[in-house]
Design a protein around this ligand. Structure first.
Ligand code: NAD
Length: 430
């Protein structure tokens, strides 16, 4: 950790490094496994580009508001930067830096030829109208335009941004450049060059990597007991995939309720309930199936999928978890302390940088289609997604066996090796 302290950039608070400090600790953990490449490891402790912008916007009432915006490109050794744009009142530099670094690791770990980037605007979108959010998005795009582009850095949706926000970003970039570069963002509406299957891709990826883990551990998915936290895009699609192969989803939890049925919940009916009541969530489905939220973590299962928020599995609930396989659909759902507790208990963990990489994989497919002006059908996309993730899983599993480490450390070894090999080959310039 001492070396990390020396590496903290002057623009961060050394006393409270924030999420960037977690990333530095992860890099320190993997460094002993990097052999001669460890000479270059400090590359990963310095984001390549960090842009902070002021976004002045006229509000509907005529007042002028200023918002802070960020775009960080952590590493672009393997390709253009790739990463979402988050609208949230707590967005700050250290968080965007860490998120951009985790994108570098995710893309490199699964072999998607992108670097890592992330963006954000410090705003609570619930407080503003659609017209105001459009103005914020367009001005943010204009401000970060010097460093984004289909060959430079490709934003995508993240927390509180969606395909409409991507449409505004694409249009602003195209208007200012006088070109039709729809590959500047991914996660666009299909009509603007978005990819078929993008919506389902992350949940499907969770299922594909869970199948691989089950195969490795000799677990039959037919009849397997699954618990899923989060029933949105990732958790909901993953639940459907597990349901289709005959697994029993015995518990689901969202912000509104926790449902349990030892015989397996009716997933199509639950999905329909959530679609009919988008703001209500799981609550109101069948009250006799509701249990207290805290009990969710004690349910004995074969596979547990956290697919809601970060830090959900921590030192407090990890000792009570009884599952065989943990598949991290969310980003950062398990704290390092909980990771150690679960590993000691023999829980097999498929880390987030692999388990939820289906999203960035189909974003990559979207970008390839845009650059080629040639579009693939859904079956082709799903077949290529499956092939990419199964290959990534098996490669990371082989690294884990070779070094006798967890799948998380193996994913970091794989990713850091790929990035630093390029660094070593290119050397420094001048
Ligand atoms: P979403 O908004 O569609 O769904 C989030 C779900 O979590 C909802 O069901 C919500 O009710 C539930 N939730 C929120 N707070 C909760 C709480 N305190 N307790 C229990 N449940 C709670 O979001 P999503 O797109 O499904 O993303 C979920 C996670 O997956 C996030 O960590 C996200 O960063 C990660 N992720 C998403 C994608 C993607 O393509 N959508 C890709 C990679 C990673």
């Amino acid at each position: 950790m001492e070396q990390s302290k020396h590496s903290i950039p002057s623009y961060l608070n050394k006393e409270d490094v924030g999420p960037w400090g977690i990333f530095l600790e992860q890099i320190d953990r993997v460094t002993p496994h990097l052999g001669e490449l460890s000479k270059w490891v400090d590359t990963l402790k310095h984001p390549k580009r960090t842009l902070i912008v002021d976004i002045p916007v006229e509000l509907d009432n005529g007042e002028i508001a200023h918002f802070e915006g960020y775009r960080v490109q952590h590493n672009v050794a393997l390709g253009p930067g790739k990463g979402g744009v988050r609208f949230h009142p707590d967005v700050e530099l250290s968080e965007v830096m860490a998120l951009s670094a985790w994108m570098s690791i995710k893309c490199a770990a699964v072999g998607v030829p992108f670097g890592g980037a992330k963006g954000g605007v410090r705003i609570d979108p619930k407080q503003y109208s659609q017209r105001e959010l459009e103005r914020v998005t367009r001005r943010y795009t204009a401000e970060v335009r010097p460093i984004i582009g289909p060959e430079h850095d490709i934003p995508a949706p993240d927390v509180n941004t969606n395909s409409q926000v991507m449409a505004w970003m694409m249009d602003t970039y195209a208007a200012l450049n006088g070109t039709h570069d729809n590959g500047v963002v991914t996660g666009k509406p299909i009509e603007l060059g978005g990819s078929l299957g993008r919506e389902q891709s992350t949940g499907r990826g969770v299922f594909i990597t869970a199948c691989e883990a089950a195969r490795e551990l000799g677990l039959d998915l037919k009849g397997a007991r699954i618990c899923i936290q989060g029933f949105g895009n990732v958790g909901g699609v993953a639940a459907e995939c597990f349901h289709e192969v005959g697994a029993k989803i015995i518990a689901v939890q969202d912000f509104s309720a926790t449902l349990y049925d030892a015989e397996g919940l009716d997933i199509p009916a639950l999905r329909a309930h959530c679609a009919d009541n988008p703001h209500q969530g799981l609550a109101g489905y069948q009250e006799d199936k509701e249990i207290p939220a805290e009990q969710f973590w004690e349910i004995e299962s074969d596979i547990l999928v956290p697919a809601a928020l970060e830090d959900q599995i921590n030192r407090h609930n990890a000792p009570r978890i009884q599952t065989k396989i943990l598949v991290e659909g969310a980003n950062g759902p398990t704290t390092p302390a909980a990771d150690d507790i679960l590993t000691d208990k023999g829980v097999f963990i498929v880390p987030d940088v692999l388990a939820n990489a289906g999203g960035v994989t189909v974003s990559y497919f979207e970008w390839v289609q845009n650059q080629n002006h040639y579009y693939w059908d859904e079956d082709t996309i799903y077949a290529r997604l499956e092939e990419k993730l199964r290959t990534a899983y098996r490669e990371i599993s082989a690294v884990a066996n070779e070094h006798q480490v967890s799948m998380r450390t193996a994913a970091y070894i794989q990713a850091c090796t790929r990035i630093l090999q390029v660094r070593a080959l290119c050397g420094t310039f001048p």
